[in-house]
Design a protein around this ligand. Structure first.
Ligand SMILES: NC(=O)c1ccc[n+]([C@@H]2O[C@H](COP(=O)([O-])OP(=O)(O)OC[C@H]3O[C@@H](n4cnc5c(N)ncnc54)[C@H](O)[C@@H]3O)[C@@H](O)[C@H]2O)c1
Length: 412
């Protein structure tokens, strides 16, 4: 289902009409760049919708896993990959030359922060460089990576137009934020509405058409900037409300009130309240990062995003609060943190996933370690044998585990 398209009055340019026909007939070939938590589920949905889909990644192990029919994203079953690769609908490569073969290009690469908390668009820029040297008339490019308002128009569009092709006439460009919630058994790529803002009405129409085949509902908006801002509103809403409830937790602790009981009772109000829960901090690739994309852009325009900075401050202090509480608890039992064996149960940033990026558990472990605790963790989703983010766990360790086995507590 596609909500009413805003501002579609003029007829589509010729190149757009040709692509629209290929989308309608499912003869278009889709390309997804960045096959991580966001890109792989999207590639699968596009392939399931009937498009021949090529996934691109700089990580050769991901491309070869897909070629072998193996999934490395828990939400995507290997069976599904196997069925799609066997049917010739899904393939993956590290060869960006294959971008010439695709009609639509969906960019799903990381958008982290630099140490200074400024946006790091280097991954997006690297991909757009690959696209810009190969782009041909009739291609649609959609940026999905979370970013600040203005990125698509100010960063991606000029890079693409250096080819001599004009956006909106020869090639088409849109922003559509990814809203995936890894580990959520109810809401998957297919049944989460997709917000789409194109550089021109033709760009919006084409992007809406392609996503309309792969997701249940498409929500077109009037511009790329609006679409970019939608995602940042959603994630800033979460960060600020988590910051609020974390501050309330600190307050309740001081006042001797059980914050959990307060939230549970407050959420019985059937209107005007949405429960958020306190925790050891913010984790994952989105909530701790995305709001700072917005505050950076606001700052460039002389605007101070006070809620974002304050929430960041409160949430960032939570691991220290947790470690203080542990210290206090040990103290009441006449024990010191220094030398105490401490087991951290669950270290991913939320339940039922294998992602430890930005997980506050890592901060808690690091702080405990700094106070001399002998820290272990137990998490069925994180193996000490893992490469990538999990491998970083060994950094603060005093001694490495002799044998690393998944599903067991591992001494740091
Ligand atoms: N993970 C989430 O829950 C989530 C939710 C919504 C939005 N997002 C956003 O989606 C984007 C991607 O996030 P993710 O979690 O999928 O990241 P990820 O790290 O899981 O995946 C990104 C992939 O891009 C690949 N990559 C990096 N540079 C590349 C390049 N130059 N060319 C091709 N591939 C390259 C990496 O190898 C990796 O496989 C980010 O902007 C993120 O903020 C993530």
């Amino acid at each position: 289902m596609t909500d009413a398209l805003p501002l579609v009055t003029a007829p589509l340019p010729e190149a757009a009409r040709a692509l629209m026909a290929r989308i309608d007939a499912r003869t278009a070939c889709a390309g997804v760049v960045g096959l991580g938590y966001v890109g792989l589920p999207l590639a699968v949905e596009l392939a399931r919708a009937g498009f021949r889909t090529i996934g691109f990644d700089v990580d050769a192990s991901k491309a070869s896993a897909i070629s072998r029919g193996e999934s490395y994203v828990p939400d995507v079953p290997s069976d599904e990959i196997r069925a799609l690769t066997a049917a010739g609908r899904l393939e993956a490569t590290t060869d960006f030359g294959a971008l010439e073969r695709v009609d639509t290009i969906h960019i799903c690469v990381p958008t982290p922060l630099r140490k200074t908390k400024d946006p790091d668009l280097s991954y997006v820029i690297a991909v757009v460089e690959h696209i810009a040297v190969r782009i041909r008339s009739g291609q649609l490019v959609v940026l999905e990576s979370t970013t600040y308002p203005g990125t698509t128009e100010e960063v991606v569009r000029p890079q693409l137009e250096r080819s001599g092709l004009a956006v909106g006439r020869d090639v088409f460009l849109a922003f559509s934020p990814e809203r995936v919630d890894p580990g959520n058994p109810v809401f998957r790529t297919r049944n989460v509405p997709k917000v789409i803002g194109g550089c021109t009405p033709a760009c919006t129409a084409l992007a809406s058409a392609v996503y309309g085949t792969a997701v249940d509902r498409v929500v077109p908006v009037s511009s790329t900037r609006v679409a970019e801002m939608v995602k940042l509103l959603e994630n800033t809403f979460r960060a600020v409300n988590i910051g609020l409830v974390n501050e309330l937790a600190l307050m309740c602790d001081r006042l001797g009130i059980d914050v959990w009981e307060v939230v549970d009772a407050a959420k019985t109000k059937p209107f005007g309240f949405m429960p958020f829960y306190p925790g050891p901090g913010l984790g994952g690739h989105c909530i701790p990062i995305d709001p700072f994309y917005l505050s950076w852009k606001a700052r460039q325009n002389g605007f101070e995003a006070r809620f974002i900075e304050l929430a960041g401050h409160v949430n960032g202090a939570m691991p220290h609060f947790v470690v203080d509480k542990i210290t206090e608890a040990l103290n009441t039992r006449r024990k010191a943190v220094n030398g105490a064996p401490v087991l951290v149960a669950g270290i991913t940033y939320k339940r039922d996933i294998d992602d430890i990026r930005e997980s506050p558990a890592l901060d808690v472990m690091g702080l405990l370690h700094a106070r001399g605790a002998r820290v272990s963790y137990s998490d069925p989703h994180v193996s000490t044998r893992a490469s990538g983010p999990a491998a970083r766990l060994s950094r603060p360790c005093r001694s490495r585990p002799r044998r690393s086995r998944p599903r067991t507590a591992s001494r740091c």
